[in-house]
Design a protein around this ligand. Structure first.
Ligand SMILES: NC(=O)c1ccc[n+]([C@@H]2O[C@H](COP(=O)([O-])OP(=O)(O)OC[C@H]3O[C@@H](n4cnc5c(N)ncnc54)[C@H](O)[C@@H]3O)[C@@H](O)[C@H]2O)c1
Length: 477
């Protein structure tokens, strides 16, 4: 590809993405204020009446246990650290008593932060799980292809398990984990953290209240954000579907799960399309070297420049385990790790756009779009019912009642609540831990929203979507 064509392509992609405006005012959300000449818009729609507030579902973050649940953390990376942080915040409810990670600096840091005794600090999870049971529960936060083995062993040893998503890379392994959990009568909570976020809890409650009438259809979008796509699914941990899981599971199993949860009925059929449009060798601009730091002539224009993302904007630096945010240290990482490679030269195959359509028992439908080429992340959702409509962007949602014209709003600023700070996914990360600890303490999996059986069901939707995309056939669940 020559330079002009490359620039045109880059410009078109980013301009196209920024034109989407999901954060519009209530009026433009409803289509008011637009020219009605095309006949699509009813000028007599009732004006918006002063918005009412929807119950926020902000609950205490502390599990409030009288005796802490003890945990062994397997995988002390990004997610393992996130969950372990809960123990520092609420030591009365959780205590980290063991850690396993291949990285010495990661396991040592976690051991130091939580006063883990030396004899409970391990390199490989296999060694940790060859010891007698040392805790009430295990947190499994290893890479996607290393969930199955530790989970099966931990259940056999009698641990309850907080298991990162995706459950496992194959349908067979997912089903085997469910069987093992039942066999040993243990609790497995899958980290479908969105289910615990107050935003989604409130949204589900509005749907379940019947206020929208019958749920007829859902449009749900997962905008990955262009730099996040390059970071995670081109250069980073999940570039190859065969080595991890296809992106519909690796990134979007949360979304299939949320759609299934909101609809509240079993998925009947699913069909999908998608491909890797941009990050391929044939799209590489002329003269692009192996790394952005090798004097690439396109560095100043390329939105995916590693120098721009990591060094200038200081995004996604947690993967580097740096002692400080220092440009010299970051440059060194760009010269020596995959994160400095040209995005057109990575050995990657994950789709950068993906659409799936679903039909549920009873006939309601959902369309799901995952897109790399957006300026923001998060989620965007529209729910169409026979009596009302909901539109939200994971920060706020509005319910519009057709008959009265009233709107109700959920707009709690979760990040401003002191004990919710540092809990990603709209508060869901630590609220999941809280509910897991309560479930383990009471030995009652009903205290969880994401039990292993319901999580397996939404994972199967992902496997079927991928089968459909590859075979170009609609799949019956
Ligand atoms: N729930 C969510 O929203 C969410 C978000 C991001 C990632 N994830 C999932 O969480 C999991 C972990 O992701 P991450 O971003 O924390 O990755 P990470 O690379 O930061 O952490 C994984 C850790 O596992 C360790 N590890 C690898 N093999 C090991 C072994 N044999 N024994 C012990 N430790 C081992 C690695 O050294 C690393 O520190 C992945 O499955 C990922 O898909 C979930």
């Amino acid at each position: 590809m020559d330079r002009l064509e490359f620039l045109k392509r880059m410009g078109a992609l980013v301009a196209g993405a920024t034109m989407l405006n999901f954060d519009a005012s209530a009026k433009s959300m409803m289509g008011f204020g637009e020219d009605e000449a095309d006949g699509d818009i009813d000028a007599d729609l009732p004006e918006l009446v002063a918005s009412k507030k929807i119950n926020t579902h902000i609950t205490p973050m502390d599990a409030g246990l009288s005796k802490p649940v003890t945990v062994l953390v397997i995988g002390a990376g990004n997610r393992g650290r996130t969950y372990a942080r809960y123990a520092s915040m609420f030591p009365n409810s959780m205590k980290v008593v063991g850690v396993a990670d291949l990285s010495k600096s990661r396991r040592d840091t976690m051991a130091k932060n939580h006063n883990v005794p030396k004899e409970n600090v391990f390199s490989d999870f296999r060694v940790a799980l060859s010891q007698p049971k040392m805790a009430d529960a295990v947190i499994i936060a290893t890479p996607d292809n290393l969930h199955y083995e530790p989970c099966m062993k931990a259940l056999e040893l009698g641990y309850d398990v907080l298991l990162e998503k995706p459950v496992a890379p194959t349908e067979r392994e997912c089903r085997a984990i469910l069987k093992q959990a039942n066999k040993y009568n243990r609790i497995v909570a899958v980290c479908h953290v969105l289910r615990y976020a107050p935003y989604f809890v409130a949204l589900k409650e509005v749907v379940d209240s019947g206020a929208i009438g019958d749920l007829v259809s859902i449009q749900h979008m997962e905008p990955i954000q262009y730099a996040h796509m390059a970071h995670s699914y081109v250069r980073g941990n999940w570039p190859l579907s065969s080595k991890t899981t296809p992106i519909i599971l690796a990134k979007s199993c949360h979304d299939l799960d949320i759609i299934r949860w909101i609809v509240g009925k079993k998925c009947d059929t699913i069909a999908a399309e998608g491909s890797l449009h941009l990050f391929r060798k044939e799209n590489m601009p002329k003269g692009a070297p192996e790394r952005c730091t090798d004097g690439c002539p396109h560095e100043a224009d390329c939105p995916y420049s590693a120098i721009d993302i990591y060094e200038r904007r200081k995004k996604h630096l947690s993967v580097f385990d740096l002692p400080r945010r220092d440009e010299v240290l970051i440059r060194e990482k760009l010269k020596t790790t995959n994160y400095g490679r040209c995005v057109f030269r990575c050995n990657n195959d994950q789709c950068d756009h993906y659409v799936a359509i679903m039909k549920f028992d009873g006939g309601s439908t959902a369309s799901f779009t995952m897109d790399a080429f957006t300026p923001w992340g998060g989620r965007r959702t529209r729910i169409m019912g026979t009596k009302g409509f909901i539109e939200g962007n994971m920060t706020t949602f509005k319910f519009y009642d057709f008959r009265s014209g009233h709107t109700s709003v959920w707009d709690k600023k979760v990040r401003e609540i002191p004990e919710y700070k540092g809990s990603g996914h709209g508060g869901g990360d630590h609220l999941l831990v809280r509910d897991f600890l309560r479930a383990v303490s009471a030995q009652d999996q009903k205290l969880l929203s994401s039990t292993i059986d319901v999580s397996i069901e939404s994972h199967l939707m992902g496997f079927m979507a991928e089968k459909s995309r590859k075979s170009m056939k609609k799949m019956k669940m």
